[in-house]
Design a protein around this ligand. Structure first.
Ligand SMILES: *[C@@H]1O[C@H](CO)[C@@H](O)[C@H](O)[C@H]1NC(C)=O
Ligand SMILES: *[C@@H]1O[C@H](CO)[C@@H](O)[C@H](O)[C@H]1NC(C)=O
Ligand SMILES: *[C@@H]1O[C@H](CO)[C@@H](O)[C@H](O)[C@H]1NC(C)=O
Ligand SMILES: *[C@@H]1O[C@H](CO)[C@@H](O)[C@H](O)[C@H]1NC(C)=O
Ligand SMILES: *[C@@H]1O[C@H](CO)[C@@H](O)[C@H](O)[C@H]1NC(C)=O
Length: 476
């Protein structure tokens, strides 16, 4: 009985081999040479697959450790095959050309390559010759049965996300769909937008809050708890490099509300600044915060409701739709109705000249607690875009080629409070709470926490604030 089975199995195998030989001879592949080159490929299920010298690895190109993403349909076997270093140990589900491509590529003459008549494969799907697909920030064209991809560095990098999330850095990273598909270059070009502070700004005298030095500062402080309804949450600058305008308008709005004791609680319009602050003419193309504060002092802004953000920041008709004139008694009035005609109030809000707050942590805390949120100029690096939750500190990429993945640029945000947390090792970790301008889906509801007291990402280097210009008639 057992012998009978053996004969059956044997004859089955011989038929299989014979059929494969027939098949291959039709395709003019030198089976003989392949067999003598390495006999180990003759073992078990490997045999059947090994004789198909397909395009898998050539097209998908991954020969690293087990990579579940690097899988493709193996047509002949109606199965999935992998193309990665795991195949060194476990061969049953490896792409047929794993060895030839990843281990012995040079020995293969180019004429053995064509197997599929035309086109390329990706995730088990066939694409015509000349097809273009997008892979994150790169586009790949199927040409000569291979995907040829552009080599941009992408803003979202899974290795970096993984590195942050596996490490003990105090924060976690996420893949944001709004950044997926952008190059690193474009991320820095479109999502930040504050010019490095001018020497004039940096040489400003530092003011210290008038609170006595001995004031007890709480462990935890959030501006929106102390002044509910008077402070303003993060907006989304989208692909408009204008953090210079978003942070300035937001700090000014909070401070006018606090100073007027809730009489004027409108958020101020960053679009008004972007479109009308003429010296920053390329509003979505970065600007300086000195000019923003100058504009708030000299011209004033209407509310965000009156002059909302344009849907398409790249629209060419992005001209200034608001003007103000002086009434001769130190107040300015709008000369045009609101661009958003549903909003009737086109009141102009103005500020005092800005002042610099000391970089001393305690001084910054006193200033926020006494007068409201402040503007902070920070240096943003590539990992910051991935921030999801926790206390941010810069994580240096461990990638060997990390130079090309690194970038650094100035950004402006709003500090709204602080706190203390016990770290994983039980140590005390102090943080600032800051509002970014990347919408509420980013970070902690649009906010982030960042290490406090160690000048992380230069967050304490330049702190700016201003007073609202309220006349006696404005006083509540
Ligand atoms: C065949 O491949 C195995 C595993 O890749 C290798 O260890 C062996 O040296 C190869 N033999 C020949 C003759 O190339
Ligand atoms: C990241 O998100 C995008 C869009 O939401 C998605 O298409 C992509 O597969 C994700 N990438 C990773 C590595 O998770
Ligand atoms: C905006 O327009 C410029 C020039 O026309 C272009 O280079 C850029 O990619 C556009 N940005 C977006 C986000 O569409
Ligand atoms: C910061 O200012 C406080 C007083 O407000 C002072 O006690 C402290 O030493 C200063 N810290 C530094 C680093 O200068
Ligand atoms: C913060 O760091 C920057 C750059 O390292 C430095 O220029 C600046 O003086 C530092 N500021 C403080 C307050 O330590």
């Amino acid at each position: 009985m057992w012998t009978g089975y053996k004969i059956l199995i044997f004859s089955y195998l011989t038929t299989e081999i014979w059929m494969e030989k027939q098949y291959l001879s039709q395709r003019e592949v030198d089976l003989e040479a392949y067999f003598t080159r390495n006999h180990t490929v003759l073992q078990g299920t490997r045999f059947k697959r090994a004789i198909f010298q397909g395009q898998y690895c050539r097209n998908f190109g991954c020969c690293e450790d087990r990579d579940d993403g690097c899988v493709t349909e193996f047509y002949a076997a109606n199965a999935l095959c992998y193309c990665d270093k795991f195949c060194d140990r476990e061969n049953s589900d490896c792409c047929p050309d794993y060895k030839s491509f990843c281990r012995e590529e040079k020995e293969w003459p180019p004429h053995t390559q064509p197997w599929y008549p035309e086109g390329c494969f990706k995730d088990g799907q066939h694409y015509e010759e000349g097809s273009v697909i997008k892979e994150n920030c790169n586009s790949c064209t199927c040409s000569g049965q291979q995907w040829k991809c552009s080599q941009h560095v992408c803003l979202v990098r899974s290795e970096l996300i993984e590195q942050v999330n596996k490490g003990d850095y105090g924060w976690t990273a996420q893949n944001y769909s709004q950044f997926w598909g952008m190059t690193l270059e474009d991320g820095f070009k479109f999502r930040l937008g504050t010019l490095p502070p001018s020497p004039m700004l940096l040489s400003m005298n530092e003011m210290t809050a008038s609170l006595p030095a001995t004031t007890d500062l709480p462990e935890f402080f959030v501006a929106s708890y102390k002044w509910p309804g008077w402070t303003h949450g993060p907006l989304d600058q989208k692909n408009c490099a204008a953090s210079w305008a978003f942070s300035t308008a937001s700090v000014a709005a909070d401070r006018i509300a606090i100073q007027s004791k809730g009489r004027y609680t409108a958020n101020l319009s960053p679009q008004n600044l972007i479109s009308c602050c003429a010296k920053n003419r390329h509003g979505c193309n970065s600007g300086s915060i000195d000019r923003a504060w100058w504009y708030l002092r000299k011209r004033g802004l209407v509310s965000h409701a009156c002059y909302p953000l344009f849907k398409d920041q790249n629209a060419t008709n992005n001209g200034c739709a608001m003007a103000s004139r002086s009434d001769g008694r130190g107040k300015r009035h709008a000369t045009k109705p609101c661009p958003n005609n549903v909003e009737k109030s086109n009141r102009i809000y103005q500020c005092s000249p800005p002042y610099r707050v000391s970089s001393n942590e305690t001084e910054i805390m006193k200033e926020i607690m006494q007068n409201g949120p402040v503007q902070a100029i920070m240096q943003v690096r590539e990992d910051f875009f991935h921030y999801k939750t926790g206390i941010y500190r810069h994580v240096t990429s461990t990638n060997k080629e990390s130079e090309k993945y690194r970038k650094l640029q100035t950004h402006a945000v709003k500090l709204t409070g602080w706190g203390t947390l016990r770290g994983a090792q039980g140590q005390k970790e102090k943080f600032w709470i800051a509002a970014n301008s990347w919408g509420k889906s980013w970070g902690e509801n649009g906010y982030f926490r960042i290490l406090r007291g160690v000048n992380e990402s230069d967050i304490e280097k330049l702190i700016i604030a201003a007073w609202g210009q309220l006349t006696s008639s404005d006083e509540p």
